[in-house]
Design a protein around this ligand. Structure first.
Ligand code: DX5
Ligand code: ZN
Length: 227
């Protein structure tokens, strides 16, 4: 059994989905038991890529009843919080590296009625989270350098996950830990055993084969690791 009482959630990232058939792909992962849909917002400044904005979040919200987990990889996310919330974002994470007044930003997310999260790049020490943990519902540990789907998992994040678990248990806090980037069948069990509460997977679900079957297989692996 993992150290958390709750089962680890699986959130497909639509970054690697077929956008020409987004409705079918989202419905397939929902039917297969995914817990939320992860949407990667990139601005071409914080990360070297451009992706989606509030209009696509709104479209996905109309397709699914699953919660929408919106990961903002943008500079000055404060400018867009309201628009994403209005478009249906249930959880909104912002990067510690992209925000100057982090407490103000996460407080605003909560004020808007969404669940706030704070994200950290692979090379950012978890110490950077110390004074914001009590104001967020989840911490998102990037296990690739943000910007693209389909990159290789950076193994040092497993140790970082363990250190963050220790900090949370010492401080008796119930902040959930989300791991995002390069997650797939080869490392999902290990991440569950290390105490991850949410796994994000893009390429492993939408990159090849049938997205629904890929979700089922990942969930089976995760459930086995929890025994
Ligand atoms: C990367 C994104 C991830 C990405 C995960 O910048 O934040 O959510 O979509 O995709 P995979 O699972 O392909 O690494
Ligand atoms: Zn993401």
């Amino acid at each position: 059994m993992s150290s958390t009482s709750e089962r680890t959630h699986l959130c497909p990232s639509i970054l690697s989905a077929d956008f020409a058939h987004l409705e079918e792909e989202v419905r397939a992962v929902e039917r297969a038991g995914a817990h939320a849909i992860h949407l990667d917002v990139m601005d071409g400044h914080f990360v070297p890529n451009l992706t989606i904005g509030p209009a696509v979040v709104k479209a996905v919200d109309q397709i699914t009843t699953l919660p929408l987990d919106v990961h903002l990889m943008v500079q000055e996310p404060d400018r867009y919080l309201e628009a994403f919330r209005r478009s249906g974002a249930d959880c909104i994470s912002v990067h510690v590296e992209a925000v100057t007044h982090l407490h103000r930003t996460v407080s605003r997310v909560r004020e808007l009625g969404a669940s706030p999260g704070v994200a950290v790049n692979p090379a950012t020490p978890i110490g950077a989270l110390a004074d914001i943990l009590e104001y967020v519902d989840f911490a998102l540990l990037m296990s690739v350098n943000p910007g693209f789907g389909g990159q290789a998992f950076i193994p040092s994040v497993v140790g970082k996950l363990a250190s963050l678990k220790d900090v949370l248990s010492q401080r008796k806090m119930r902040v959930r830990i989300e791991v995002d980037g390069g997650v797939g069948l080869e490392n999902a069990a290990n991440l569950v055993r290390a105490g991850a509460n949410i796994l994000v997977a893009g390429n492993a679900i939408f990159g090849k084969g049938d997205p629904g079957a890929n979700v089922e297989e990942l969930l089976r692996t995760m459930r086995e690791a929890e025994r």
